[in-house]
Design a protein around this ligand. Structure first.
Ligand code: MOS
Length: 737
């Protein structure tokens, strides 16, 4: 029996904010900083006799294996087995993957796994992998997005909603608009590049598999492993308590998990598999490149009357689209609207969700287009956005209002904190030595998704509280906010709560993805605690309407019972959770903000340095301002990466990503990010969840890069529309020194 959330939340115990809403330290912090949080590959304790697997990737992008000769590899020191399509047994194909996680004889993409070499030691497996002799027949593939655009079709419903939405008459509205802007923007393929690579330890006990792995969505991982291996779900246990970053790359199991499980079954011993850093870009998934066309039509007062956003991206057959137009459905006013996504077939590795899929790429384009419109109409960019705010879903009309939308407040407060009024309107007019200085801004926008989540909550006889849920903590702070939620609900200190996560033996949660995890998972814990409060009150003989939980006690009038005593000698526990009803249909739900940035551009070399980033954000109740700030500064850093450096460079001859380790695939380091100011608007969204919170993990990335691009324009007068904004795109166009 779950709590059904289908009417706005009233007052509830979370509103006390004795524990929730406080900037508490991460409860698992000491484990992390002392190197004692056990990650999947390090579980020597559960598999002391583990062997090591090395994934062998295809060296062609499309074609098939003609022959595979394993004899020399099998005879190499320490080698136990070579697993490949011919001896792996029949494998099912889960719907979560457009490509097979073990390829052969057909090859679908470069570095698709074609074999796993298993040896006593890691080095032996890696060595023997080089001794495999594989002959391929190469077929022609399509690897270049621009070349493939003529073959694109309107995307089916995908990750970010329908492939096409319209309102009013976009073409007529745009044609009649007094001010018109029609520009094209591109974003490259990008790689998640989380710290911990994909890694798994697999062990079979009879016909049951236990997989210690690094995964964001435990219940989905169980289902996908069961389908792939052709076994029942109850024969699969997934354990993933600590995750060194995911960013969407670990939403689904990958080759490491599947091959470790197959090999462990094959050899009758546990197997560990980790992908080496240079394998990840091509073996796993990435964010697909986009080509985007934006048309903005405005009236003489700079009010948008027609807004069109079209986006092209490519993928493997069966893969989805990068939904770059998704924010354009909701962010600005305008009675005539068009948002369209087109998908074309490419034989690059599979594209899939990465760090705010949709908005992260879309805002890089839309928010530069808005800057261009501001310039065209001679209006301050902040004022242009204020003027085009809309308090309801502009596709549907006033009957679908936003649950809350303090966008204008974010713009005003952010501008004030940043010192936006210091900006010089005329580009390239501020200079400090060799540096051209510019300021830019952009909106922040990301949808607020909610999804069912369950937990088991218990109280021990000594009064300690525990929570078990298959929710994951991918470095985000789930342990802490879940502990805060249980502590708040049951009136104990956060130190009195034990949180256990990331195990498929625990109740199914929302999992970590799409910034839905924090709000949904804590709402599930809230619901379970609410049931537990009721049960405790009944057990104590209290009227549940009058009972309070505080200071480790259950209190009714002048009667107080210690929580442990109320739980009884055997303790008490129950499982419950939350399901979300139609509130997210009746109300548009999203998170908002405003990004500001100051850059310096070297007048000789075109080198761009970020001098400061600032943002004001509204994401409902901030469950923990410290971990939320960490999420946002991390996202703003990802925005900087997207704007200035991140790019999977495609080799169109051979169909693979060339920049496949951190030497070539550049991500920002501390020296790239000098100062970040994050401000959260006080906000409660009673239509989002009983926590009155919203997602915040991905908001900070959406728009951060566009603010940088707009600052570069303000610094130089050069408008770049192709990301990343590397110096080679500026150097020939800089003003004279
Ligand atoms: Mo996120 S890209 O949905 O993990």
């Amino acid at each position: 029996m779950s709590l059904k959330f289908d009417t706005p939340a009233g007052a509830n115990p979370i509103d006390r904010e004795r524990v929730v809403g406080r900037p508490l330290d991460r409860v698992e912090g000491p484990l992390k900083v002392s190197g004692t949080a056990p990650y999947a590959y390090e579980r020597h304790d559960v598999a002391p006799d583990a062997t090591y697997g090395w994934v062998v990737g295809s060296t062609i992008a499309k074609g098939r294996i003609q022959s595979i000769d394993t004899r020399v590899a099998e005879a190499a020191p320490g080698v136990i087995a070579v697993i490949h399509a011919a001896n792996a047994g029949q494998l099912g194909q889960s719907g979560s993957h457009a490509v097979r996680l073990l390829g052969g004889p057909e090859i679908e993409h470069y570095d698709q796994a074609v074999a796993l070499v298993v040896a006593e030691r890691f080095e032996q497996a890696r060595h023997a992998a080089a001794l495999l002799k594989i002959d391929y027949v190469v077929e022609d593939g399509r690897y270049d997005l621009e070349d493939a655009i003529p073959h694109a079709r309107q995307a089916p419903r995908g990750f970010g909603g329908p492939g096409l939405t319209r309102a009013g008459d976009f073409e007529a509205g745009y044609a009649a608009a007094a001010v018109q802007l029609d520009e094209r923007y591109t974003t490259p393929d990008q790689s998640h590049q989380m710290m911990e690579p994909h890694a798994s330890t697999a062990r079979w006990d009879g016909d049951a598999l236990t997989l210690w792995t690094s995964n964001q969505m435990i219940a989905d991982a169980v289902g996908d492993m069961a389908v792939t291996l052709g076994i029942a779900k109850d024969k699969v246990r997934i354990i993933s308590p600590y995750i060194g970053g995911g960013f969407g790359s670990k939403l689904w199991v990958r080759a490491d998990a599947v091959l470790a499980a197959i090999a462990a079954r094959h050899i009758g011993r546990p197997v560990k598999v980790a992908l080496a850093r240079p394998q990840i870009a091509n073996n796993t998934t990435h964010r697909p490149a986009t080509v985007q066309r934006i048309r903005l039509g405005a009236d003489p007062d700079a009010r948008i009357v027609a807004i069109g956003h079209e986006s092209w991206s490519g993928n493997q057959p069966g893969g989805g689209t990068e939904s770059a137009g998704i924010q354009t459905r909701l962010l600005y006013r305008g009675e005539n609207r068009l948002v369209a996504h087109y998908l074309t077939e490419l034989n690059l590795p599979e594209g899939n969700a990465m760090r705010a899929p949709g908005e992260a790429a879309g805002m890089l384009a839309l928010e530069v287009a808005m800057d261009e419109l501001a310039e065209k109409v001679g209006l301050d960019p902040v004022e242009l956005r204020i003027r085009n705010d809309v308090q309801y879903d502009p596709e549907k009309g006033p009957e679908r209002p936003f649950s809350s939308r303090p966008f204008i407040e974010c713009l005003r407060i952010g501008a004030k904190r940043f010192g936006w009024s210091e900006r010089l309107r005329t580009p390239a007019s501020r200079r400090e030595g060799q540096w051209l200085i510019g300021m830019g801004m952009a909106a922040a926008f990301r949808g607020n998704l909610v999804t069912s989540s369950h937990a088991r909550v218990g109280i021990e006889r000594d009064g300690r509280v525990w929570v078990e849920t298959d929710m994951t903590d991918i470095g985000t702070g789930s342990y802490t906010i879940i502990a805060q939620t249980a502590a708040e609900m049951l009136g104990v200190d956060i130190a009195d709560v034990d949180v256990r996560l990331g195990d498929s033996a625990f109740p199914k949660s929302a999992g970590s993805g799409g910034q839905w995890g924090a709000n949904s998972a804590t709402a599930g814990v809230y619901a379970a605690c609410l049931s537990l409060r009721r049960e405790i009150a009944q057990k104590a003989g209290f009227n549940e309407a009058e009972v309070d939980f505080a200071d480790g006690h259950v209190i009714s009038g002048n009667r107080r019972i210690a929580l442990g005593e109320a739980a009884g000698p055997d303790g008490i526990s129950l499982t419950d959770g939350i399901d979300f009803g139609s509130l997210s249909k009746r109300y548009a739900q999203a998170t908002f903000g405003a990004h500001f940035c100051e850059v310096g551009v070297d007048i000789h070399t075109g080198e761009i340095r970020i001098r400061r980033q600032a943002g004001a954000f509204a994401a409902g109740r901030i469950l923990n301002p410290k971990s939320a700030r960490s999420q946002v500064i991390g996202s703003m850093t990802m925005g900087a990466g997207a704007a200035l450096m991140e790019e999977l460079v495609v080799d169109p001859r051979f169909g693979y990503f060339v920049t496949r380790d951190l030497v070539d695939y550049h991500v920002p380091v501390h020296a790239d990010i000098p100062d970040q100011d994050v401000f959260f608007l006080p906000e409660l969204d009673d239509k989002s969840s009983p926590m009155k919170a919203k997602g915040v993990g991905e908001l900070g990335i959406c728009g951060a890069g566009a603010a940088i691009a707009n600052a570069v324009y303000n610094a130089t007068g050069i408008r770049l529309r192709d990301y990343p904004l590397t110096l080679d795109k500026l150097i020939d166009r800089l003003p004279p020194p």
